[in-house]
Design a protein around this ligand. Structure first.
Ligand code: ATP
Ligand code: MG
Length: 584
């Protein structure tokens, strides 16, 4: 134990003397209240410490104690469904004990230490416990098996004692190794250290989100990284909510980082009501929330990202697919900037510290699809919202983020103003996973790649035509060009727009996504031949099938895709008549 005295306080950054034997990144208890802090710089016997709780009222001369441990989280059964602050304190419990404002210095356990968990051993006395070999398993939720492994930072060895099947709390030992080490259902892990795995894998498995513009146009892989940049109110949070609700990850870690408190309240209110389409259970049963809203201490916001990733890695190590939503990484970068300013570091672009890109890289690097120590496949997909001031994507956080992500879902102010939601621009967005995911999608529908390419091409042509229309109006265009405008509108209204509040439209299964787009493209290709054979556009524009196609998204439920046949027949009938008339 090291004990020092506070000599300087600058907001959440303090300095303490008498800390010569403390280590960098050790956790301290600071001040009379014993607030949680972390040593971020050491100079002689003076330690610079970042305080993770509200330190209003802290005085010079109060003591600082370090036990020589790094900032860690507690990992074990019972994480799922919890709501934590940035340093893994359970918010429900804090609120219960101290009312809505969190009183600083309150000591809590991140996990319920009294609850008994059903443990089933898979090893016996005399077995060698190696890394990645499950010692046993706990049923954490109805759908979630939680294997217990040797903590990756402990030595492998022979088991001299293993508890029989039964129920145990997190503080009861369940096994003992020959060197005397006791093993528990939980262990702690330093948040800034990535957890080990065997090897990184390719990105050929999609993270299906049920959002058509994402899955078909700008798909993301399990283990991939994406950014959602967008100006104020363009739909970043809504997009992240939609992905968190509907994506096919096993576990969601939702990090509300520096956003307004009421946005987190929305999550807390909505999520328990939503049911996972695969299990029928509340999605809170697969979600961990980390809330560090704008009114909470800024240093804890900085660390909340690492806390979230570490929890995600823990479940990845069991062979699960985890998706992290971070809303917003810009607020996180602002926390870095504020702390860096107080540390009197040399600022780089727009006052952000020079290490901003390194920190962003470290965060996104912790995503990926891997072979776990046990040999299973697990993944962490990271989706970060970026809120550039004034919606200007040339600012440093957006620009640096772009270097480390492979999916860019750019939200467009004009689309949001026109109430085209999700306002993901089909011009500015991109995904680099398309090639790797081709294999998956072609099994869903052999036409995926061609349909997607044709539709994107059509939208590009529409964009060029729109410039001309602005100058001379649509009437001067030939009918073939006006058909492009008509079909681009069908894509926008019938495919790209997706209403997060419509019970049928809010989520589309992969088959449905491709079917809708394919029908629109079939309509376009056949209509083009009819127009070239001499039919006026008017004849096509008045067909009732157009309306039917555009409404498919909300009229054909995911589990009744056979209804598509009726729309197809109508298309055949109406276009067939014109084809006969114009001898196509
Ligand atoms: N997919 C959608 N379906 C329906 N409405 C949407 C959708 N996306 C966004 N909206 C509308 O846009 C509003 C703003 O969205 P949201 O709060 O997600 O924006 P934001 O970018 O997170 O804003 P902020 O910059 O304030 O964090 C929502 O309240 C909702 O009315
Ligand atoms: Mg938001």
């Amino acid at each position: 134990m090291v004990e020092g005295r506070i000599i300087r306080i600058n907001g959440p950054i303090i300095q303490a003397k008498g800390m010569a034997s403390a280590g960098l990144y050790d956790v301290v208890e600071a001040g009379d209240l014993g607030l949680v802090g972390e040593i971020i710089r050491l100079n002689g016997d003076i330690a610079t410490i970042q305080i993770y709780e509200d330190n209003t009222g802290m005085k010079v001369g109060e003591r600082v104690v370090s036990h020589g441990e790094p900032l860690s989280v507690l990992l074990g059964p019972g994480l799922i469904g919890r709501i934590y602050d940035g340093i893994q304190r359970p918010l429900e419990e804090l609120f219960e004990r101290t009312g809505f404002g969190i009183a600083p210095g309150v000591k809590t356990h991140p996990l319920d230490m009294e609850r008994k968990w059903p443990f089933k051993p898979l090893c016996k006395k005399g077995d060698k416990l190696e890394k990645g070999k499950p010692l046993g398993v706990v049923q954490e939720t109805e759908y979630l098996q939680h294997p217990i492994y040797l903590p990756p930072n402990k030595q492998e060895g022979v088991l001299v004692e293993v508890s029989p099947e039964g129920t145990y709390t997190l503080s009861e030992p369940i096994a003992r190794m020959e060197d005397g080490t006791e093993l528990f259902l939980c262990h702690s892990w330093p948040v800034r250290n990535p957890r080990p795995y065997q090897e990184r894998l390719g990105m050929e498995e999609p993270l299906l989100t049920g959002q058509r513009v994402i899955d078909v146009f700008f798909p993301i892989s399990k283990g991939g990284t994406a950014a959602i940049p967008g100006g104020f109110g363009t739909g970043k949070t809504m997009t992240q909510h939609a992905v968190a609700k509907w994506c096919d990850a096993d576990i969601i870690v939702y990090i509300g980082c520096g956003e307004r408190g009421n946005e987190m309240t929305d999550v807390l209110r909505e999520f328990p009501e939503i049911h996972d389409p695969r299990t029928g259970r509340s999605i809170m049963e697969r979600t961990i929330l980390i809330a560090n809203t704008s009114n909470m201490p800024v240093a804890a916001r900085e660390v909340s990202i690492y806390t979230g990733v570490t929890l995600a890695e823990y479940y990845r190590d069991m062979g699960y697919h985890v998706a992290i939503m971070a809303d917003s990484t810009s607020r996180w970068a602002e926390a870095l900037r504020e702390l860096s300013g107080r540390l009197e570091e040399m600022p780089a672009e727009e006052g952000f510290p020079a290490y901003l890109p390194t920190r962003l890289a470290e965060f996104y690097e912790r995503g990926g699809r891997v072979t776990t120590l046990e040999g299973k496949k697990g993944s962490i997909t990271i989706i970060g919202a970026v809120s550039p001031p004034g919606g200007d994507f040339s600012e440093p956080v957006t620009q640096h983020t772009k270097r480390f992500i492979r999916c860019f879902w750019a939200l467009d102010r004009d689309l949001a103003n026109a109430r085209h939601y999700p306002a993901i621009s089909w011009i500015d967005s991109y995904s680099e996973y398309g090639e790797e995911l081709k294999g998956f999608w072609e099994k869903v529908n052999a036409d995926w790649a061609t349909t997607r390419a044709e539709a994107m091409e059509l939208l590009k042509r529409e964009q060029r035509l729109a410039q001309i229309v602005k100058l001379i109006g649509p009437d001067a265009l030939p009918d073939t060009s006006r058909l492009v405008l008509l079909c681009a509108d069908m894509i926008k209204n019938g495919f790209l727009q997706q209403n997060a509040f419509d019970p049928v439209d809010m989520y589309s299964v992969p088959e449905k996504q491709v079917i809708i787009l394919r029908l629109i493209m079939d309509f376009y290709n056949r209509a083009l031949r009819i127009i070239r054979a001499g039919a006026p556009l008017l004849k096509l524009r008045s067909l009732s099938v157009i309306e039917r196609i555009v409404r498919m998204k909300s009229q054909i439920p995911n589990e009744k895709l056979e209804l598509v046949q009726e729309v197809k027949s109508l298309l055949d009938r109406e276009l067939g008549d014109l084809e006969k008339e114009y001898k196509v």
